[in-house]
Design a protein around this ligand. Structure first.
Ligand code: PHE
Length: 339
């Protein structure tokens, strides 16, 4: 029996494998609960006492050799896997990915785009740094027109021709210059006005412009579109049109939505009236069509422009416009669940 055990020690020592399965089979064969060692130790009980010392030692050697072998082969297998994988250990649990959130201005802008794209409006954009022609003159605001004072303009390097656009109406002009009617487009973007910053006003804000030009477009079409929009956007359709004045539309109106006075923030944003002005609109002035080389005898159209911040403040009950630009994560994180 002693010889047999010594042979087995030789076998164990010369065993080589790089396969996980083979190593496991080897372990079971020698060290498993029904393995060779178990058998040999059972046999050991029956041998003559005079043989026990040597045989016992040999069996212990066999057991140590087998378990050392298993350990050694498994270690080298692991090293091999590690050095093979350039990505580290692929079996480790993944690290949780912290999801960011969209800015509320983006959420509202995307929603407005979605509502208008359902009725065939495309999205167009124009530059934030504009020239006088697109921001003013082509929009029926010639030099020295008093309405230029309505919008306090930031000029660039004292050059009266280069400015930060004061409204997205400049994109109307650009779009008409480059496209033939029928035109149905909305233009979201950032605008700039040299205004005092307060809870309700900021010198940088966002607008969405709308422009529809075709034959036989009437004010009734505009009104229906506005009703559709307020219903889709707010689930409310109580609006009022107040006659107003914009040089680039005639007739012109301001659109108020009735929001109600349910919360303190409603009171604050609507100045206690429940009504909030959300946009300016009107029929495109024939002079504007002419300036953009569109036949004003053949075509008519409407335009509107709305402020995104105002709408976001109402929808998300944000009491102060400055919160949009502070990038306080505690504020931004609240929009995680909104798409
Ligand atoms: N551009 C106007 C503003 O900024 C809004 C407007 C757009 C009004 C289009 C009429 C038509 O106040």
């Amino acid at each position: 029996m002693l010889d047999k055990v010594k042979d087995l020690i030789g076998d164990v020592q010369s065993f080589k494998s790089t396969s996980k399965e083979e190593i496991e089979a080897f372990r079971i064969k020698y060290l498993g609960s029904k393995g060779l060692l178990k058998e040999l130790f059972n046999e050991f009980k029956t041998v003559d006492a005079s043989l026990k010392k040597d045989l016992g030692q040999a069996l212990n050697n066999l057991r140590n050799a087998a378990s050392n072998k298993v350990q050694e082969l498994n270690d080298s297998l692991e090293n091999q896997i590690e050095s093979k994988s350039i990505y580290g250990d692929l079996t480790r649990p993944a690290e949780p990915i912290e999801l960011g959130s969209r800015h509320p201005i983006s959420i509202v802008r995307n929603r407005i785009i979605e509502v208008f794209s359902k009725i065939g409006f495309t999205v167009s954009e124009g530059p934030e740094i504009e020239d006088d022609w697109h921001n003013f003159t082509a929009l029926n605001l010639p030099e020295y027109h008093p309405a230029r004072d309505m919008q306090d303009t930031f000029f660039i390097e004292q050059n009266p021709d280069i400015l930060l656009r004061t409204h997205t109406s400049s994109v109307q002009v650009r779009y008409m210059e480059e496209n033939e009617p029928p035109i149905r487009t909305i233009s979201p973007g950032r605008v700039f006005r040299n205004e005092d910053i307060s809870a309700r006003a900021h010198c940088i804000f966002h607008q969405v412009e709308g422009l529809y030009i075709d034959t036989d477009v009437s004010f009734a079409d505009l009104k229906q579109t506005l009703l559709y929009f307020t219903k889709e956007m707010f689930g409310k359709s109580k609006i009022r049109l107040r006659p107003s004045y914009f040089p680039f539309t005639e007739p012109s109106a301001e659109v108020d939505i009735y929001w109600g006075l349910e919360t303190e923030i409603d009171h604050k944003i609507t100045k206690g009236t429940g009504w909030l002005e959300i946009m300016g609109c009107g029929m495109v002035d024939p002079n504007v069509l002419k300036n953009a080389n569109i036949d004003s005898e053949k075509y008519t159209g409407y335009a509107f422009g709305m402020g995104i911040e105002r709408i976001a403040m109402l929808l998300y009950q944000i009491p102060d416009i400055r919160m949009f630009y502070e990038n306080d994560v505690r504020f931004l994180e609240q929009f995680k669940s909104v798409l």
